[in-house]
Design a protein around this ligand. Structure first.
Ligand SMILES: [Zn+2]
Length: 411
């Protein structure tokens, strides 16, 4: 094959192949390229301006996409320039996005593979070290992030993820309209969220935030009130139901300790059943739960209370929502379920924020979906030490998939 034909097959704009080498045994192909005659405008990689003063010519070898079964490398002739602003600098070449020995399209292929497979598997597929794959993936995501438009933040979600005993909490800020995580912070203090408002958003951007879905967690509320003056705080269903689940679990544990022997075994294994909504249970599981309730009225009552609280968000009018909540609280009388009395008090203390759901339309289930995606990433990646990498990964995931998950939940 002629060099002309190799130039066509390689397809690097502005470059031509002037030498090639095929090793049949090792199944490798090596191509040497240099600039075409018409492509002589050199650009400084430091500042991006055109420079004509050449300091030296040198070569770099990078791995490119394979050609059939042949692992392909390209040796590229490059210039070091004498830039009036930056001094001696390498020229800028679009096919070479970093100092690493890979072409841009090779890195893109690795990054794309990382979207649907764990780094370990991608490493095997491309014959690279796992750490190399992660580094490529991070650069791929950074390039994607720099090139895209970022929508304005009008409705935000704030949530925390429990990372474990040692690292404790991660505060997650997300955009409710796009379902995209925006920022991660260590711990879940007021200062944590303060840092987001202070370092990421301008005053104008902060004033534009109209609603925030948060947990009934004081530090977050205080931070939002301080930084986002036009923001309404909404205690959404997801967060409130988390507390309802905690309450039913407390009742379960109390019953578990109160009764002895045979009872213990029965109640002990039912945690998951009690936390699952009735509509999501199979008939077999419903029978199991009914058998449990037949023996323990208190658990039945607690379960019904949790189920009926869920319907609070069906109401779109403040008055109706308030009436429903009042009748729900009335049912608690004489029940002797302290965890639910505590929950009721909590709801009353945060009434404004609960009713705000009727005043400001916020999409349901987004915080939950974002949260779920991050947890899935953490499980798959076995501990992202680099939070920026985790965030970019979750953002990319949101841009390509989350919409689907959110729609599914809403249905
Ligand atoms: Zn320069």
């Amino acid at each position: 094959m002629t060099e002309r034909e190799w130039t066509k097959i390689l397809g690097w704009p502005g470059y031509r192949v002037y030498r090639h080498e095929i090793n049949e045994q090792a199944k490798t192909l090596k191509l040497w390229v240099r600039r075409k005659r018409g492509n002589q405008k050199l650009v400084c990689s430091g500042c991006g301006r055109g420079v004509e003063d050449i300091h030296e010519v040198y070569e770099r070898e990078v791995r490119d996409l394979p050609c059939f079964e042949f692992r392909t490398t390209v040796v590229i002739e490059l210039y070091r320039l004498r830039c009036p602003d930056c001094g001696v600098k390498a020229e800028k070449v679009p096919q070479l996005p970093s100092k690493a020995p890979f072409s841009k399209r090779f890195e893109d292929a690795v990054g794309l593979a990382c979207e649907s497979a764990p780094a370990r598997r991608v490493a095997r597929q491309f014959g690279l070290a796992e750490s190399t794959v992660r580094a490529i993936d991070l650069r791929y995501l950074v390039r994607w992030d720099q090139a895209r438009r970022k929508p304005a933040l009008r409705q935000m979600g704030v949530d925390e993820i429990h990372l474990g005993k040692k690292q404790k909490f991660l505060t997650v800020v997300c955009n409710l309209e796009t379902g995209e995580p925006l920022w991660f912070g260590r711990e879940r203090k007021k200062e944590t969220l303060d840092e987001y408002f202070r370092t990421v958003l301008s005053g104008r951007q902060r004033r534009r935030i109209e609603a925030a879905c948060v947990d009934m967690w004081e530090p977050f509320r205080l931070s939002i009130e301080q930084w986002a003056p036009n923001c309404r705080i909404v205690y959404d269903k997801f967060h409130v139901m988390q507390h309802a689940n905690a309450a039913i679990d407390e009742v379960r544990r109390a019953e578990f300790f109160r009764k002895g022997g045979r009872w213990r075994g029965l109640v002990k294994s039912k945690r998951w059943l009690l936390l699952t909504r009735w509509v999501n249970l199979t008939s077999g599981k419903r029978r199991e739960l009914n058998a449990l309730f037949a023996m323990n009225r208190r658990l039945l009552k607690a379960y019904l209370l949790k189920e009926s609280l869920d319907r609070l968000w069906q109401y779109r009018y403040e008055g109706a929502m308030l009436r429903y909540l009042q009748s729900w609280i009335d049912q608690l009388r004489w029940q002797r379920l302290p965890p639910f009395q505590k929950l009721a008090q909590m709801l009353l203390d945060h009434l404004e924020g609960i009713l705000n759901y009727c005043r400001t339309k916020v999409p349901m289930g987004v915080v939950e979906a974002v949260n779920g995606n991050i947890k899935a990433l953490l499980r798959r990646g076995r501990g992202y030490k680099n939070l920026r990498y985790l965030l970019l990964k979750a953002q990319r995931m949101a841009a390509t998939k989350t919409e689907f998950i959110v729609l599914q939940r809403a249905a």
